[in-house]
Design a protein around this ligand. Structure first.
Ligand code: NAD
Length: 352
């Protein structure tokens, strides 16, 4: 295994001197408790140290979500550079052991494996061709992750996230509750930001979900939006306050377009997806049982018949997906959700 992390002190003679110095500095306390064998120890793996993977890694570190962080990428030099750059921040961060390798052994025993590796679109390349290349890439990554961490939760971020989460589920052999796509968790955050901006309130007080595909066929659940516990649309209707349906559609359109806008302006998206995925990692590993719109196996929910992954408001905890919330959708919203499922299924069906 080519582990590019610093070796453990016991594996290096120069660092053994370091251990001797440590003994001189610190007088051991006799009979002090040995390290607990039952204390929860969290290990997170991030595959792909590009813009997205590194934004996720740095948010995980600053938010103290892991005791051990393993990074994997196909590019050994870039990987080592990123690992060292993070390790050099040790004096400013909670203590986390950071490892990196092109070899999947480094990921062994992970509680959560986050996949952000992805091929870049070649000019003129069709979306389907890009997808096929990403599927080929996943067929190398996912079986190794599953072998090294058979009890882990898999969290897919690479796009198209819904189809690739289905691919990851098939390749891993994991039960569906342990395979999740980051889905519309980010879209919903963008949605909450835009609604909050419109009403001049704090986005954390806006409860609003985008469900369905992480992409053009996503569905904004206007009927269940609430601000500070007040259901927005029924409040406006009861008060006979006129609102333009077009305004609502414009906000949803802005959510769908916002990724394209950021990519056009800075070349990629990173910070918001970093926070969004770290937020999911917290709910999963700290068993927060919070509801997040994430990509889950949707067959059987809301009348969806296809075996597709798409985003539904799901309760997340240490066991992965614990349940799917029974949101009261309008008939129009349910129909749009089913169309979104069909859109994903059409793309999925073109794969072998
Ligand atoms: N789901 C979401 O909300 C969301 C948001 C933003 C980006 N994304 C997706 O995340 C993915 C990554 O985006 P990015 O901007 O970080 O791209 P990037 O090109 O900066 O990084 C991709 C990384 O994957 C690595 N990689 C390629 N093949 C690999 C392999 N076989 N094994 C290990 N690593 C490999 C590359 O070396 C590179 O470091 C893309 O698919 C992007 O569309 C998803």
């Amino acid at each position: 295994m080519e582990e590019t992390s610093l070796p453990r002190p016991s594996s290096s003679s120069s660092l053994n001197i370091g251990l001797d110095i440590a003994h001189a500095f610190f007088k051991p306390i006799q009979g002090s408790a040995p390290p607990s064998t039952t204390k929860r120890h969290n290990k997170i793996t991030v595959v792909g140290v590009g813009n997205v993977g590194m934004a996720i890694a740095q948010t995980i570190l600053t938010q103290d979500l892991a005791d051990e962080l393993a990074l994997v990428d196909a590019k050994a030099d870039k990987l080592r550079g990123e690992m060292l750059d993070l390790q050099h921040a040790a004096a400013f961060l909670p203590r986390t052991r950071i490892l990196a390798s092109v070899d999947y052994q480094v990921t062994a025993g992970s509680d959560l494996c986050i996949v952000t590796a992805g091929a870049r679109q070649i000019p003129g390349e069709s979306r389907l061709n890009l997808l096929q290349r990403n599927v080929a890439l996943f067929s190398k990554i996912v079986p190794d992750l599953a072998k090294m961490s058979p009890d882990a939760i898999l969290l897919v971020v690479s796009n198209p996230v819904d189809v690739l989460t289905h691919v990851a589920w098939k390749l891993s052999g994991f039960p569906s509750n342990r395979v999740i796509g980051s889905g519309t968790n980010l879209d919903s955050s963008r949605f909450r930001f835009l609604v909050a901006d419109h009403l001049d309130v704090n986005a954390q007080d806006v409860q609003a979900y985008i469900v369905g595909e992480h992409g053009d066929s996503s569905v904004a659940l206007w009927s269940s939006i609430s601000v500070g516990g007040v259901p927005v649309l029924s409040f406006l209707e009861k008060q006979e306050i006129a609102y333009e349906k077009q305004t609502l559609e414009n906000i949803h359109r802005a959510v769908v377009d916002s990724a394209y806008e950021v990519i056009n302006l800075k070349g990629y998206t990173s910070w918001a997806i970093g926070y969004s995925v770290a937020n999911l990692a917290r709910s999963l590993l700290r068993d927060q049982r919070r509801i997040h719109p994430v990509s889950v196996l949707a067959k059987g929910f809301y009348g969806i018949e296809q075996e597709v992954f798409l985003s539904l408001p799901a309760q997340l905890g240490r066991g992965g997906v614990l349940s799917v919330a029974n949101v009261n959708m309008t008939e129009e919203e349910v129909q749009a959700l089913r169309r979104s499922a069909e859109t994903i299924f059409q793309v999925q069906s073109q794969l072998n």
